[in-house]
Design a protein around this ligand. Structure first.
Ligand code: ZN
Ligand code: ZN
Length: 586
């Protein structure tokens, strides 16, 4: 058999093996996971052109002796091949071993490795060993993969998507750094440093290295357990969100996984704290007996399912809800004035307050380099304004000073100055009232003096009549009147007194528009819609006593910090922020 035929066979094997070497990203993954298995404390990935031209992975792991170094490229080296069941064993990344020969077969590889005694260098071209010799190297392994896919048609396809490939690699290494905070990860592409973590073992510090100071400053530690699961990690204050779920990292026994049900449970816990289609920053590690984990669908994508999944989801939901309900979550204005949430430092941004945004952004880049140094005094998990409030209200009492633009109520108390959005605040108060009445099936009703007549188009009336049971459940008394007309004689007391007919029409609209009737979702929808429509609007004139009443009602809601759409109701300039702004304090 000629060498070319062997090559074709290799390629066929590779394709059969699925995604082992399908992308540069997978090559990086294999090499990095080898380094982790080798007990490295530092892993440096250097790429040229997103890795298509060159991938160099340097580690300080246990290294290999000469025999192992040569054997590593043998297709029959199966020492590492593990079963799927072993995937979540804490000490192994398992389920590889075929990868190194596959990678070598589609590239030119140089391996330098030392077990601390002897150094060995192996050179391969297209999977064939060209040279083996001794070399000088301190303990560890350096592997250089050049001209990846040079001998396959796949290459062309990847030249088109260098940026995507780099983004994937960067995302992967970020997640590995979060999984292994005790390993220092460095990523460099075309001489530009994209990641450099401390490897100190401190998860919050790793979050700082990846997401920057603003994010790290607004994370809360959580921890909890039940009979089967132990969870721990960091969750963000609701004011800090991202437009995609890339901000959520799920780990099972320190291994990155995907699970949509868990993401749903997290979003459920943040419900009405953050706007729809926004995601909190989360790093959550789940410790569990591997026996309870099923690798579902795709081992390479790490989609997993759990036995007793509901127990896990409840644990996550309860722990996050509890944490959120114990905190004062008023956003501080001072941290918010640079568009990009990353890489800013409190003090520096404030000093630059009168510079142009460009200048600020440039300096922020500088600040990023200093983060490592400033970390210790900049990160305070429990900040002054984020104290826990165990008693009946999560916002301290405050009194109104006046109103701006007919919308924003200015208030003060000894802690500082606060601005309340009158519509958002009223909306939160009303939303909780409606939701409470609906979910407790409040049966208090009022007979109306002059019955309301509601006429609908035939198609809508038909849907409504199929769902009369909902009107019954809500406490309405009504009768059908001629064709497509309903007469309402009695309605529940929570229907707002000043515009009852409008509110009733809204509820009927919701019944007609929603095909499947989940009671919770229906209650939620009705509460939000009525709260928005029936609350004072921006620009509505209100008096000082109205403002005092509004503040008090808001203080006694379950979540006074956001409206049911997740927008903030209140923001703060602390006394200290004001002093800093006016340079009374530095
Ligand atoms: Zn609204
Ligand atoms: Zn709203």
């Amino acid at each position: 058999m000629s060498k070319i035929q062997v090559m074709n066979e290799d390629l066929a094997n590779k394709i059969a093996a699925g995604e082992v070497v399908e992308k540069t990203m997978n090559v990086v993954k294999e090499l990095v996971e080898n380094s982790i298995d080798a007990k490295s404390t530092m892993i440096k990935v250097e790429l040229i052109d997103s890795g298509v031209k060159e991938i160099k992975v340097i580690d300080d792991g246990i290294g290999m002796d000469k025999d192992d170094a040569v054997l590593a490229f043998s297709r029959h080296a199966t020492s590492k091949l593990k079963s799927l069941d072993d995937l979540f064993n804490i000490n192994s990344l398992g389920f590889r071993g075929e990868a190194l020969p596959s990678i070598a077969s589609v590239s030119n590889v140089t391996l330098k490795t030392s077990d601390g005694k002897t150094g060995t260098m192996v050179e391969l071209v297209g999977g064939v060993i060209k040279e083996i010799k001794s070399c000088d190297l301190k303990q560890g392994t350096t592997i250089i993969v050049k001209d990846l896919f040079y001998n396959t048609p796949v290459r062309l396809k990847y030249l088109k998507s260098l940026y995507t490939e780099l983004a994937n690699i960067s995302d992967y290494l970020n997640k590995m750094a979060l999984s292994y905070p005790n390993i220092k990860f460095i990523l460099i592409n075309n001489s530009k440093e994209l990641l450099n973590t401390s490897g100190s073992g401190d998860l919050l510090k790793t979050i700082l290295n990846i997401y920057g100071l603003i994010v790290a400053n607004k994370m809360m530690f959580i921890e909890n357990m039940n009979n089967d699961y132990k969870i721990s990690g960091y969750i963000s204050y609701p004011e800090l969100t991202k437009s995609n779920r890339g901000s959520i990292t799920l780990l099972v026994n320190n291994r990155v996984v995907r699970n949509n049900e868990i993401i749903k449970a997290i979003l459920e816990a943040y419900h009405t704290y953050i706007p729809k289609d926004r995601y909190p920053y989360i790093v959550l590690n789940i410790e569990v007996d591997p026996f309870l984990v099923d690798v579902n669908v795709h081992p390479t994508k790490m989609e997993v399912k759990f036995s007793k999944q509901d127990n896990l989801l409840n644990l996550i939901m309860e722990t996050i809800s509890n944490k959120l309900s114990k905190k004062t979550l008023i956003p501080k204005v001072i941290n918010e004035n640079v568009e990009d949430n990353y890489y800013q430092d409190d003090l520096n941004v404030n000093n630059d307050l009168f510079n142009s945004p460009e200048v600020i952004k440039e300096e922020i880049k500088e600040v990023k380099k200093l983060e490592e140094l400033t970390f210790d005094f900049s990160i305070q998990e429990e900040k002054e304004t984020y104290e826990e409030f165990p008693e009946d209200s999560r916002i301290k009492d405050m009194y109104p000073i006046g109103i701006v633009h007919g919308t924003y109520i200015i208030c003060e108390n000894p802690d500082g100055m606060f601005i309340i959005d009158q519509h958002a605040a009223a909306e939160r108060i009303n939303y909780e009232k409606y939701y409470h009445a609906l979910s407790t099936h409040s049966k208090n009703t009022i007979d109306v003096l002059v019955p309301y007549k509601i006429e609908l188009p035939a198609n809508e009336y038909l849907i409504l009549s199929k769902n009369f049971s909902i009107l019954d459940r809500l406490g309405f008394k009504y009768e059908e009147f001629g064709t497509n007309t309903l007469i309402i004689r009695t309605h529940p007391t929570w229907i707002p007194k000043y515009a009852p007919l409008e509110a009733i029409k809204k509820i009927i609209d919701i019944i007609i528009m929603n095909e499947d009737f989940d009671e919770d979702k229906f209650n939620e929808k009705v509460s939000i819609t009525l709260a928005c429509k029936m609350s004072i609007k921006a620009g509505d004139v209100i008096t000082m006593p109205d403002m005092t009443y509004l503040i008090n009602e808001l203080r006694h809601t379950k979540n006074p910090f956001t409206c049911p759409h997740g927008r903030p109701t209140i923001i703060a300039y602390t006394k200290y922020d004001l002093e800093k702004l006016f340079k009374r304090a530095m």
